[in-house]
Design a protein around this ligand. Structure first.
Ligand SMILES: Nc1ncnc2c1ncn2[C@@H]1O[C@H](COP(=O)(O)OP(=O)(O)O)[C@@H](O)[C@H]1O
Ligand SMILES: [Mg+2]
Length: 241
């Protein structure tokens, strides 16, 4: 029996009967404002509280903005950053700058290989065993062809699996119809979907575990909210309406 990696969101741990399996790559998909960044912060804070090192690689939201979100929610991010239990990195240069350099120089390595190499250096130097990449959408947006996109996502996920880390990767979209085909959902070990539904002019937010390889999990959508304390899931209440 494998030990579990708690997620930092109590209701999600209940839905997963304990948490993620270690060394897996989990995708967290949701639309804008769904709470992906807050969930990801809670995941790393949960590890930090137990002395586990976590890396947060942001590919679009500035690091300062993430710190502000955390401070507004009363999260101890600053403390754990000082203690080197959480590292926040602006990874946008990893992805975009290399893209430009590749165009203008004779670097032969594909973009994603460079990103994986950079991540490996960060993981090794920090000793992290939890990693967040927020979001994968930014990392693969330059790929026009589905086959290239699939290969990049595959390389990133395989790279992460070798790093001895449990990875949480966010993906930006509220419905599959928005982008057609989500390769990242097929390639990840687990997928958590955050969605909104409207009924009588009331929005209900739900979290649903679409898949989680190797785990017998709750397969129903459950209500969640972003409260003053962060991301909260009501794991035992059925969703009505
Ligand atoms: N201090 C807070 N108290 C309550 N809700 C908040 C607070 N801070 C942010 N939110 C809610 O969280 C949303 C943003 O969450 P975030 O994790 O950044 O979303 P995402 O990363 O999915 O775009 C905001 O749109 C707001 O609804
Ligand atoms: Mg976000």
């Amino acid at each position: 029996m494998f030990s579990r990696v708690s997620t930092g969101v109590k209701g999600i741990d209940e839905m997963l009967k304990g948490g993620f399996l270690p060394n897996r790559v989990i995708l967290l998909r949701g639309g804008p404002g769904a709470g992906k960044t807050i969930f990801s912060l809670q995941y790393l804070l949960d590890g930090a509280k137990k002395g586990e090192i976590g890396l947060y690689v942001t590919l679009e939201e500035p690091v300062a903005s993430i710190r502000r979100t955390a401070a507004n929610l009363g999260f101890d991010l600053e403390k754990y950053e000082k203690e080197k239990l959480i590292g926040l990195f602006d990874g946008s240069r990893m992805v975009y700058k290399f893209g430009e350099e590749i165009k203008t120089s004779n670097i032969q390595k594909p973009l994603i290989s460079n990103t994986v190499d950079q991540l490996q250096i960060l993981v090794t130097s920090s000793g992290a065993n939890r990693i967040v990449i927020d979001s994968i959408t930014s990392a693969i947006i330059h790929q026009r062809f589905p086959t290239d996109k699939r290969l990049e996502v595959l390389e990133l996920m395989q790279g992460l699996r070798k790093m001895n880390c449990t990875a949480l990767i966010t993906s930006e979209s509220s419905s599959p119809a928005e982008e057609g085909f989500f390769v990242e959902e097929y390639l990840a070990d687990g997928v958590i979907i955050l969605s909104n539904s409207q009924h009588n002019f009331t929005i209900t937010k739900t979290a649903w575990i679409e898949k989680m390889r190797g785990i017998k999990h709750d397969d129903q959508p459950r209500k969640y909210e972003i409260s003053d304390n962060g991301f909260v899931v009501y794991a035992t209440e059925p969703v009505t309406a």
